[in-house]
Design a protein around this ligand. Structure first.
Ligand code: NAD
Length: 289
């Protein structure tokens, strides 16, 4: 059984990004990531702190804009516009979830497409479908990067994606198709989940249901990508997969924590660097190889 170690891979990438930022600074370009949060969702704060730590580690500028719970849609959009117009800001993300009175899709689509480093804007989502994405959602991009780093070629594989969210399930399904996998997308209305998962060579599970996928769902030798992040009552973080139950049956698996999560943050760094490179008319090969 092979552990697909996202922490180690993201560490390697951090070194590459640090060098890229150093080279960019020599031509007077410092990539800058702006993260906007609304309210005080504790899980979001943990994620933003991880992004801040990584941004500082690679040497880029980072600004965390915290808006109060009562912020209106107009105020949120005015804040996004301010950074859209700021020439020093390379990338902007709005950390979800937003309070219920705010529209996440309106926030996503307000970000300038050239600063949309989360890849959620409908224009960038359209480019992903067309196979011409400049910015992809970071979690799917990180999953494919991790698979490639382990020489796992998904071409021809029967892949099952569980979950169809705009930020994980849907874009990973599309990207797997572009990488020549045969893809089935399952979700909460799927009639017989096991029928699909038991014949899959590769399963990507992104539902947010602790330990749901046990050994009875999979065939011998499958590759399991566990996107889920669930906090148990005792504070422990676990995925959607029952790791102990499946570990002797899989060919490869991502741990939680330490699998997909660090890769998501790494891809955010890469896309912010790419945004800065493009905004200054530079050649990405010179900086990122
Ligand atoms: P979401 O709630 O938007 O979507 C969940 C999806 O799961 C839905 O499409 C739903 O149809 C499907 N689903 C729910 N129950 C199901 C069931 N019993 N059987 C089949 N399908 C079912 O969630 P999301 O934003 O896509 O996130 C999913 C999980 O991934 C969460 O735990 C989230 O915290 C985690 N996540 C992790 C990362 C990371 O970097 N590791 C990034 C994003 C999200």
């Amino acid at each position: 059984m092979e552990i697909l170690d996202g922490r180690q891979r993201s560490q390697e990438l951090t070194e590459l990004y640090t060098q890229a930022v150093e080279k960019l600074k020599k031509v007077s370009v410092t990539p800058k990531l702006v993260v906007i949060t609304v309210g005080e969702d504790p899980a979001s704060f943990v994620y933003v702190r991880q992004k801040k730590r990584r941004a500082e580690a690679v040497g880029m500028d980072f600004e965390w804009v915290t808006l109060g719970d009562e912020t209106s849609q107009e105020e949120l959009e005015a804040t996004i516009d301010k950074f859209n117009d700021d020439s020093k800001t390379s990338g902007i993300i709005v950390q979800f979830p937003l309070p219920n009175h705010l529209s996440e899709s309106r926030a996503m689509d307000r970000i300038a497409i050239e600063k949309d480093v989360d890849g959620f804007h409908y224009y960038n989502a359209g480019l992903l479908v067309a196979g011409k994405a400049e910015f992809k959602p970071c979690t799917p991009k990180g999953i494919l990067n991790l698979l490639e780093a382990h020489d796992i070629d998904v071409a021809g594989m029967d892949a099952v994606v569980i979950g169809r969210s705009q930020i994980v399930g849907m874009p990973i399904a599309i990207d797997l198709i572009h990488h020549n996998a045969t893809v089935t997308v399952c979700h909460s209305r799927t009639k017989d989940l096991k029928f699909h998962t038991q014949r899959a060579d590769l399963i990507v599970v992104a539902i947010g249901n602790a330990h749901m996928l046990d050994a009875s769902y999979i065939k011998e030798g499958t590759i399991l990508i566990d996107v889920g992040i669930n906090r148990l009552d005792d504070g422990k973080l676990v995925g959607d997969v029952d790791y102990e139950d499946v570990k002797d049956k899989v060919k490869a698996i991502t741990p939680v924590p330490g699998g997909v999560g660090p890769m998501t943050v790494a891809m955010l760094m890469e896309q912010t660097i790419l945004a800065a490179i493009r905004q200054h008319g530079l050649d990405s090969r010179e900086f990122l190889g």
